[in-house]
Design a protein around this ligand. Structure first.
Ligand code: PEP
Ligand code: MG
Length: 566
């Protein structure tokens, strides 16, 4: 069995077709007649546009608007005035159309690949896709013929480009395996939109599997099982059946409001780590963003993102969400999230140390840049600021003071921002739970971070396997904390959400309905399943269960009781 990245969930069982790219070699010509080459280029461009516009419509029908935008991106890139003028310049200097296209595309690929940012690197793959297609058109070679694959095909390729993915017939292809690509690559987004299971980043995949070989693509665990035994196939067939049944059940909730069985409306948001993830929120029918973990903008790079870079990232997420709420959490580093260039000292107890809001308040220059970027971005949608790891009102007051100063600065510079921007706090420490009444007087909203709250309440290190048995949101202590926080927020009249993993746990949902949680924020792919679970419970029924559960003494008893309703 080989491991990779599960980029599109589901189980595909089928026979391998290895994709081998067409031969696009040619002999570059020099001293060509510019007029003839320009005519060839214009013809190829016309066919490129025609083909991609057809492809876009097909993708729109099979995978939706967001997926179709990827093809629009290709069309626009090739129409970019700088790119086309560079190609023409080379032709004017005597190059043939093929080498002009190839060298200009290579220039863009090198430029995009050198940038330390996932989104920009993704554009390098897009340009490479465009290059292959244009060369194929100029040379009269059909680069991709994936329109005529046999039924139950598992397509194995070094890399899956958007144009390959888009022309695939989802009736015939049951899975993808590639050597390159990540969860956020455009091909992964398309695979998810088309609901084709995909495992990406499988080393040597093209060499490993042979045409006609039977394989299982397990997009849930990110695994590939080659030449499985009969009983393994039977097991995966059952898993596929269950998975497809629950997906079909979830699909009934697309476009619906999130309501409890007795009609109470709650908000169902999603958690994201990059602005690009915002697309996933919409494609999974999320109603907003309940947690944007901004630390990902600071990771995997060697210097701090500037105020402007941050502004662009936040603005991008807001524009994608088109006016839906976007709760952006300020930098939460330290603990298990290391950022080498910040030069943080090694600590004995990093989870109890210099992290999150503590670090930010001691590094005001850096924090001011983030808050300023957030304020500037707030002019583009419904942005709300959230502070992590709060332990008391003092931290909130300090942030408010900084925000007020920055607002005055922006007023002076006549830079627009949202004047009534909500500032909320995460409730993820026992201290915050205990002073929730005080915090509720000064915060605009609460969001319960059960991932940390469970660890801190149970005094369990999130990563220590020996004490993992204590790490459970179903522990009576954690449940009481959750109930108390929700009740306190309700008494104070401020909204309360939950953005820890527990918000999507079907066993916890009846309790959250009973306590009166206003907003759930879950990973984008859990949105529909969570909406379905919420719709199962009326307040009355949920309260009945909660009453029993809260009378129990141990976590084991709580889990056994809730299991009855799963
Ligand atoms: C949490 O602690 O529940 C939370 C959502 O924050 P993170 O997982 O990023 O620490
Ligand atoms: Mg946390």
């Amino acid at each position: 069995m080989e491991k990779g990245i599960g980029a599109s969930k589901g189980y595909g069982i089928g026979k391998v077709v290895v994709y081998r790219p067409a031969d696009l070699s040619y002999t570059p010509r020099t001293g060509c007649d510019p007029e003839t080459e320009k005519k060839r280029l214009t013809d190829a461009l016309g066919r490129f546009l025609e083909r991609n516009e057809r492809l876009r419509e097909r993708v729109r029908e099979t995978a939706g608007d967001a997926a179709a935008e990827i093809i629009t991106g290709h069309i626009m890139m090739l129409q970019d005035p700088y790119m086309s003028s560079e190609i023409e310049k080379q032709i004017d200097e005597g190059a043939c159309a093929e080498s002009a296209v190839e060298s200009v595309c290579d220039l863009f690929i090198a430029m995009f690949s050198s940038v330390d940012d996932e989104m920009t690197r993704q554009r390098a793959t897009d340009v490479s896709d465009i290059k292959q297609e244009m060369l194929g058109l100029l040379l009269g070679v059909r680069t991709v013929d994936l329109t005529d694959l046999p039924k139950d095909t598992v397509l194995v390729a070094r890399e899956l480009t958007p144009s390959m993915t888009a022309c695939i017939d989802r009736e015939c292809v049951v899975g993808f395996i590639t050597e390159l690509g990540s969860k956020t690559s455009h091909a992964a987004i398309l695979a998810r939109a088309m609901e084709i299971p995909a495992v990406l980043s499988v080393e040597n995949a093209v060499e490993l599997y042979a045409d006609g070989q039977l394989v299982v693509v397990d997009g849930v665990r990110g695994e590939v099982v080659a030449s499985p035994e009969e009983d393994t196939v039977a097991r995966y067939m059952q898993l596929r059946l269950d998975f497809n049944a629950s997906r079909a059940e979830n699909a009934k909730f697309v476009g619906k409001e999130t309501r409890t069985a007795d009609g109470k409306r709650v908000e169902l948001f999603a958690n994201i780590g990059t602005p690009e993830d915002a697309e996933n929120v919409l494609s999974n029918d999320g109603e907003g963003v309940g947690l944007f973990r901004t630390e990902f903008l600071f990771m995997d790079r060697s210097t701090m993102p500037s105020e402007n870079e941050q502004f662009e990232a936040y603005k991008k997420a807001l524009l994608i969400l088109k006016g839906k709420p976007v709760i952006i959490r300020t930098l939460d580093i330290g603990g298990d999230k290391e950022i080498p260039y910040l030069g943080l000292e090694k600590e004995q107890n990093p989870f109890l140390g210099f992290r999150a809001i503590r670090y930010c308040l001691h590094n005001p220059e850096m924090y001011r840049a983030q808050l300023r970027a957030l304020l500037r971005a707030s002019a583009y949608g419904d942005l709300r600021i959230m502070i992590p790891l709060v332990t008391g009102v003092d931290e909130l007051r300090q942030v408010r003071a900084m925000v007020a100063e920055l607002m005055a600065e922006l007023d002076e510079q006549v830079i627009p921002y949202r004047k009534d921007i909500p500032i909320g706090v995460m409730i993820e420490t026992p201290a915050a739970v205990l002073v929730a009444d005080r915090l509720a007087k000064e915060a605009d909203f609460f969001s319960i971070g059960t991932n940390d709250l469970t660890g801190y309440t149970m005094a369990v290190d999130r990563g220590n396997a020996k004490v993992a048995y204590l790490y459970s949101a179903f522990s009576p202590a954690v449940l009481r904390s959750i109930r108390h926080v929700i009740q306190t927020a309700r008494d104070a009249g401020i909204p309360v959400g939950m953005c820890g993993e527990a918000a999507a746990d079907p066993m916890l949902i009846p309790l959250l309905v009973a306590f009166g949680l206003d907003e759930f924020s879950v990973t984008p792919t859990s949105v529909l399943a969570t909406r379905k679970e919420i719709s199962r419970w009326s307040k009355e029924e949920a309260e009945r269960i909660a009453e029993t559960v809260l009378s129990l003494d141990t976590e084991k008893q709580v889990v056994a009781e809730l299991n009855k309703y799963a």
